[in-house]
Design a protein around this ligand. Structure first.
Ligand code: UDP
Ligand code: MG
Length: 315
């Protein structure tokens, strides 16, 4: 019936990996009609993750690995996995079992029987997550919904099953600043959404700090919307208009009442406020410029140090 490639980005996942392997093995036994290929992408782990993966690959020939020369981030790991995958269907899954592999048969059914090109998942409840984090995540998705034409679903995970056609389209987008959640939406096709409740990590710790997530959200905004640029342009226009009105008022007042020297404190406030706005808008501009700068360098998204995937050994 075809082959499923399971892509698992791993960064310091030595505690979670054995659990993951056990789980995915038992799922593959339930889906005997498919061949499996499990691609572990070792994203520059500093612990025993890579040794564990190579051990698994000796025991089980379905286990493939790609090992990066350093930590390139989850987005790069996902791209590498997609690039090296050879299955007719490809699924991306976290190593910490927060993306329950048990959903896979149901996802497969949606593609086989209902004719979807991809099946995506979202968490409905952010149970077990710090409240402040959920709050900011919500705000981010609301903001994105308003300023970007690309649809990015609230609570969307990277856990997604795709057909080969979908993956090939995704690989065509080889941009350096990757924000996968938006890329999926951008390429289109028919996607079915499955919902599940948040599951806590089996072992190990999350790799995302609050600051890391904040920077990632800026990446998302800059990659999928130019609204901040428009907003800064409008702010500029608004202040010009305001200045114009003030000029007229001041001229009129001077003509009518003479010119007593006053208003120094208000002047300071205005200067500070306007120059603040100017710097802020320049910052926005700089953010886009910086992304463009990185993009024009055409650096590879990842450097593969070692892999057991045939035909890719010397890349
Ligand atoms: N991950 C990665 N590179 C990184 C950070 C994370 O490959 O630089 C992997 C990690 O090993 C895990 C997945 O991405 O399989 C999700 O990471 P995590 O569980 O820390 O994120 P969360 O589930 O908290 O969003
Ligand atoms: Mg996780």
């Amino acid at each position: 019936m075809g082959k499923i490639s399971v892509i698992v980005p791993c960064y310091n996942e030595q505690e979670a990996l054995p659990h993951f392997y056990q789980e995915i093995s038992s799922i593959s036994k339930q889906m005997l009609e498919y061949d499996f290929e499990i691609i572990f992408v070792n994203d520059g782990s500093e612990d025993q993750t890579f040794e564990m993966i190579t051990d698994l690959s000796v025991q089980d020939e379905r286990v493939k690995y790609i090992s990066f020369s350093r930590n390139f981030g989850k987005e790069a790991a996902i791209y590498a996995g997609l690039f090296y995958s050879s299955g007719d269907y490809v699924v991306i899954m976290d190593a910490d079992l927060q993306d329950p592999p048990a959903l896979l048969p149901e996802m497969m059914r949606a593609i086989q029987e209902e004719g979807y090109d991809s099946v995506a998942t979202r968490r409905v409840l952010r149970k077990g997550e710090p409240l402040i984090r959920s709050f900011f995540a919500r705000c981010f998705y609301k903001l994105m919904h308003n300023i970007s034409r690309t649809e990015i679903a609230d609570g969307a995970r990277d856990y997604r099953l795709m057909t080969r056609k979908f993956v090939d389209s995704l690989l065509k987008l080889s941009e350096y600043n990757r924000f996968s959640k938006g890329l999926y939406g951008w390429i289109g096709y028919k996607t079915k959404w499955l919902e599940f409740e948040n599951v806590e990590r089996v072992a190990g710790e999350t790799k995302w700090s609050f600051w890391g997530l904040f920077l990632y959200s800026i990446e998302g905004i800059v990659a999928f919307s130019t609204a901040p640029l428009a907003i800064s342009a409008f702010t500029g226009m608004f202040f010009c208009l305001l200045a114009f009105i003030f000029i007229i008022i001041i001229i009129a007042r001077t003509l009518m009442f003479g010119d007593p020297v006053a208003g120094w404190p208000s002047m300071v406030c205005i200067i500070l406020f306007v120059s603040g706005i100017q710097l802020f808008c320049m910052g926005i501009l700089g953010e886009y410029l910086a992304k463009t700068y990185l993009e024009t360098k055409h650096r590879p998204l990842f450097i593969c140090q070692e892999t057991n995937i045939q035909g890719h050994n010397n890349e």
